[in-house]
Design a protein around this ligand. Sequence first.
Ligand code: UD1
Ligand code: CA
Length: 459
Amino acid sequence: MTNRYAVVLAAGQGTRMKSKLYKVLHPIAGRPMVQHVIDQISSVNVDKVITIVGFGAEDVKKHIGAKSEFVLQEEQLGTGHAVLQAEALLKDKEGTTIVVCGDTPLITKETYQSLIDHHEKSGAKATILTAKAPNPFGYGRIIRNEANGVERIVEHKDANDKELLVDEINTGTYCFDNQALFQALKQVSNNNAQGEYYLPDVIEILQQQGEIVSAYITHNFDETLGINDRVALAEAEKIMKLRINERHMKNGVTIVDPEHTYIGPDVKIGADTIIHPGTILKGETVIEEEAEIGPYSELINCYVGKGTIVKQSVASDSKIGNHVKVGPYAHLRPESSIGNNGKIGNFVEIKKTDLKENSKVSHLSYIGDAHVGSNVNIGCGTITVNYDGKHKYVTTIEDDSFIGCNSNLIAPVTIGRGSYVAAGSTITKDVPEDSLSVARARQTNKEGYASKIKKQKKD
Ligand code: UD1
Ligand code: CA
């Protein structure tokens, strides 16, 4: 089989983004755009991936990690100059070199594969991935000769009026015979509107040497969108979102309004789960079957069990068991875990707390740094007082206990198994198991006192 090498161009600053963040690190569906490129190109069987880095090199390397080798382009003198930086690593190699831009994150592995297959079958020295653009503004145009063969690529800024009318665009993705690529690159000059060494000039050079240059037209212009500014970024986000949502729908997930549902590329969702509008699922979130999420919920790195319902709530780095009800308006902060058949109701905040199965915190409570057993009922307005301004302390509530409404549990404290805490108590000492603890002022009723006050007011 032919050896294959991929070169990813990611050294540019991305001036048109007007951002402190380097262009290729801008996220799409929560993942830096260059990472989408690397993920797709790595899955088409390439022997080596080389990423050309420049602006933000250290950050870009950190995001991509071990999936690529890196070469520094110290000065950004153009895409041709960028590819030339890989010469030391590639010049002795025989095979196909695929060049892709770090700012075209929507191209799929299937399209890369079709381009490579087309290239290797045709025996061309260079094959350009092209597309027909409804609005070709800004892209390099494919100039064909009378026999309809590819002759050269002209950049938008260098094009004449007639060339500007061409709607076949250069997607910035190419396959080259590796040896032909590096010999042609040496002949590229920077005599053009931008004073840059253009990679597309290699096409004309090879063509004039009598080599076969070819184009593979993809009918999927959407995939080839190049992200140069934030308008294109939003467009890419939308395309990626619909693509991800479609994948889940085809796997049996109901997404009520795919235009308003935002699911990260690594999220996993079981069949017959329903995702309502305004839901955002991020990171490594896993949702089992027959769950119902949303409307308006945000889950980051969460596990959600089978048949669980999460409404209008926010949760991060937490585990929610099977058949749990969360929300509306609940907040699960990191390191929380809710056991099967539990309930976290409205205006409840849970932090670094594990609740075992069948336990309920139904309304208006703060439970932080706590261990809660099974079959525990925590009444409305209960607060674990976990912080003294310096340190955090743990509250333990053992199985089968009942915490009355509006109780303060001053940590560190343990409520023993099967105990009751009377409503309105402020618990400062451990409660032994099977006890009733009342920690509030005793009520006194002064009979007839109300009319006495009213009379005083009249006088
Ligand atoms: C480029 C192509 C254009 C094509 C379009 C497709 C050139 C000259 N033009 O234009 O024909 O239609 O992509 O999206 O190639 N980069 C470097 N080092 C540099 C310059 C750029 O690594 O010195 C990287 C950038 O980070 C970017 C990619 O190369 O990821 C493309 O550069 P960009 O400036 O965005 O080129 P376009 O003007 O979009
Ligand atoms: Ca671009």
